[in-house]
Design a protein. Sequence first.
Length: 263
Amino acid sequence: MKKLLTITLMLGACSYCFAQNAPVTPPPPAHPSGPDKMIPGMTEIWDPEVKIVEPGKTNSEAPADAIVLFNGGDINSEWTDSKGNPSKWIVQDGELVCVRGSGVIQSKRKFGSVQLHVEWKTPSEVKGDSQGRGNSGVFLQGLYEVQVLDSYNNRTYRNGQAGSLYKQYAPLVNVSRKPGEWQAYDIIYTAPTFGADTTVYATPPRVTVLHNGVLVQNNVVLRGPTEYIGIPEYFIKVHGPGSLILQDHGNPVAYRNIWIREL
């Protein structure tokens, strides 16, 4: 009996020592019976920590996790024409310039939802009017166009001017700079999803656009791919990631500082 008591006491002592050295996990807070019973820790999420990304030195400079599609140098590593051949657009003084009749230039990489920064400039020598003046376009997934146009003192249809989602949404305001001055688009694009019925979106594409730092499209819902003639929603086709496309509309529009972040 004494031997059994001794062993029991020794085990109890060991358990006590282990308990003293073990990490202490605080019990979860009790479910509150009302707002007055809540404590700050109940709504604090610590892990996992938010990923750190080094930003650019300026708002227009690419952050560390961006894919730089053009920074003033080679275009053939990231871009082709519509048939996959080297583009006939030219690099001039660090600018990517559209050559009339050369066709679109498209990224080799394909993207879905993205954050896109692109800077563009219409010719300083004004020629033409309405849609014939400094016309180009940025196509998301190769299908949805954010219009590029010289809209400085240039009257045209409102859903076709600079900053519009072409033929779908006019910009909230016109913040176009003078011809020959650099302008910037910062675009947040949420790609669509499709269900069993591939003729409609399960969730439609959404676009937010800042033009020269000013909000001109506020999370708008697109009805379908961009169309010059017809109602967009009649032309929906199931699709996945697509190329970023810059349009050749016959005007020597220049681009620079193009970077993109996949979301």
